[in-house]
Design a protein around this ligand. Structure first.
Ligand SMILES: *Cc1c(COP(=O)(O)O)cnc(C)c1O
Length: 426
């Protein structure tokens, strides 16, 4: 019997044996002891499984990564220090200088910057495509050196919903995997792997932790992409790694394990970005209630979206689960049980009115954060997206006067009363 997602949130990843701790143990140790150098040598050669240094792997982190992999229906997972590290590792595990990425233009500002500036400096070019691109437009973006396609299930902050099936078909027809950042939907509301995504990174800082307590990221491999069938494109996975005595990841670990093993053995080894076991423990506490919290975030998000939609001072509301929203049909397909607690809207008075409104809010705090138990809000153009030009902002669906409100777990009646009084002052 395959457990349901609610049961996985609570129990997946860790099954204590007789007399072992019921809660996952925090292994707060940087290093691990061995009887002989030979024993340790086997670990360094990736011949045996085990722990030697927490930059590469830690038992607490592995239990939590296994839970997240199970939630997404993947074959392997790993934790990273942040969502940005997860996205960078997911991309850089496939791309080298001279390679090319196709990405939706409607993505998190930090990831947009990673692709358009930092990875460009590393010699990796990105072509940004409209999240609503047709199959023909998608096909036109591919080059012979394209190594992957990137997008977000629900984009932060534009709240576009990606046609994951269309993007995955295009990616696969061009012989490359699809990476889908599933941070906003969480596996409770959408499992991108069921629609063809191959690699699913997360910022666990958001709903998975859900309490604004621990920064973190995760990467899950669905284990379905056939690396060896595209061996010419992925030498890193399909040719010998001399730093591990000529191991070929795709051969030794198969489609189910190659991606995460290489990502851990090379990128964690060389870049660090490990999550602390303390943070992994906090993340796991969040995961235990993810399936209980998500429906409430969605209920509050929808109530706030409906209220704003009917308000005379509001020019536009974006919320994919709101009937009439541009992405409502896409959300019905990919997110039938709800999308998330984040609502974007534009005040008729533009940026100045948005700033007055936010200042007048009493329950919703101004924060660079989303997906928290406490309601918070932000003006993306003045914060997370301030490095973008007006044209890039428009392409990302983020007008200057937009407010992004992340509805928490408070009473929806209190939230709406707070918004109503703040709008009176805006
Ligand atoms: C926040 C966020 C990130 C970055 O995650 P951090 O944990 O802040 O590094 C990446 N993708 C999405 C969709 C996000 O919302």
């Amino acid at each position: 019997m395959a457990p349901r997602i609610e049961t996985k949130c609570v129990q997946a990843g860790y099954t204590p044996k007789n007399g072992e701790p019921r809660q996952i143990p925090i292994i707060q140790s940087t290093t691990f002891k061995y009887a002989t150098s030979e024993d340790m040598g086997k670990l360094f050669d990736l011949e045996a499984e085990g722990y030697f240094y927490s930059r590469l792997q830690n038992p607490t982190n592995d239990l939590v990564a296994a839970k997240i992999a199970s939630l997404e229906g993947g074959t392997a997972g790993m934790l990273t220090s942040s969502g940005m590290a997860a996205n960078f590792f997911a991309l850089f595990n496939l791309c080298s200088a001279g390679d090319h990425v196709v990405s939706s233009s409607s993505i998190y500002g930090g990831t947009f910057n990673l692709l358009s500036v930092t990875m460009a400096r590393m010699g990796i070019q990105t072509t940004f495509v409209d999240p609503d691109a047709t199959r023909e437009e998608l096909d036109a973006a591919f080059r012979p050196n394209t190594k992957c396609v990137f997008g977000e299930t629900i984009a932060n902050p534009a709240l576009t919903v990606l046609d994951i099936e269309l993007f995955s078909q295009a990616a696969h027809d061009h012989g490359v995997p699809l990476i889908i950042d599933n941070t906003f939907a969480t596996p409770v509301n959408c499992r991108p792997g069921e629609w063809g995504a191959d690699i699913v990174p997360h910022s666990t800082t958001k709903y998975m932790d859900g309490h604004g307590a621990a920064l973190g990221g995760a990467i899950v491999d669905m284990g379905r992409f056939d690396w060896m069938a595209h061996a010419d494109k992925y030498p890193g996975l399909c040719t010998p790694d001399e730093s591990y005595h000529g191991i070929v990841y795709a051969e030794r670990f198969g489609n189910g394990g190659a991606f995460i093993t290489k990502c851990t053995a090379q990128l964690m080894r060389d870049f660090g970005s490990a999550q602390s076991p303390q943070s992994a423990f906090i993340l796991n506490l969040g995961l235990e209630s993810l399936h209980v919290r998500m429906p409430r975030h969605c209920e509050n998000g929808l109530a706030v979206a409906e209220f704003l939609n009917a308000h005379p001072k509001i020019a536009r509301v974006s919320y994919p689960s709101l009937p009439g929203d541009k992405y409502y049909p896409m959300a019905q397909k990919y997110l039938p049980n709800g999308s998330c607690g984040v609502v974007s809207f534009e005040l008729k008075g533009g940026r100045a009115a948005a700033e007055r409104f936010m200042k007048a809010l009493k329950l919703a705090a101004i924060e660079t954060h989303v997906a928290d138990a406490r309601t918070c809000c932000l003006c993306p153009a003045a914060s997370t997206h301030r490095q973008m030009t007006d044209e890039q902002l428009a392409a990302a669906g983020v007008p200057a006067g937009m407010v992004r409100m992340s509805c928490g777990l408070e009473s929806k009646i209190d939230l709406i009363e707070d918004i109503a009084q703040a709008l009176e002052q805006a």
